[in-house]
Design a protein around this ligand. Structure first.
Ligand code: ADP
Ligand code: MG
Length: 140
């Protein structure tokens, strides 16, 4: 399995509770390396664009409001099969369904305020990384 990259967000429910370090530690312990990281306040336009695939879903407006309700930490992660490694340590979307030891089981408040985002494919990882980072901001 090759070393690849994925895109992660530590969501506002987690930054509000000062969990940036705790979540990053879990990512690192899962074999992922943070090769880019910045704390930002997303604009409404940025959040709507980022989640455009979900714009027909009933939770879209609430999701956008949540994602701009406080700062987030956007990260590029690198490691063996990074997309899968990140999805595995993140856990299921709904914390009620997430496995023990995962980020969402440990920290999520709800299906919406679920502490972390992780790309779902290498193709989307590349799109999402480019949405937030210039190539020179990523140092592997
Ligand atoms: P994931 O983040 O696990 O890839 P999705 O891509 O399906 O999940 O959804 C994107 C985000 O939208 C979720 O992480 C969560 O914050 C929110 N979300 C998903 N489903 C729901 C729902 N039924 N109600 C409220 N928010 C939801
Ligand atoms: Mg998703």
């Amino acid at each position: 399995m090759a070393v690849t990259r994925t895109f992660s967000i530590i969501k506002p429910d987690a930054t509000r509770r000062n969990l940036t370090g705790a979540i990053t530690k879990m990512l690192e312990e899962a074999g992922l390396r943070v090769v880019a990281s910045k704390r930002i306040q997303m604009t409404q336009e940025q959040a709507e664009g980022f989640y455009a695939v979900h714009k027909e879903r009933p939770f879209f407006n609430d999701l956008v409001s949540f994602m701009i309700s406080g700062p987030v930490v956007v990260q590029v992660l690198e490691g063996e099969d990074a997309v899968k490694a990140n999805r595995d340590v993140m856990g299921a979307t709904n914390p009620a369904d997430a496995a023990e030891g995962t980020i969402r089981k440990t920290f999520a408040e709800s299906i919406e305020a679920n502490s972390a985002h992780g790309s779902d494919s290498e193709e989307n990882a590349a799109i999402e990384i480019a949405y937030f980072f210039k190539p020179e901001e990523i140092v592997g």
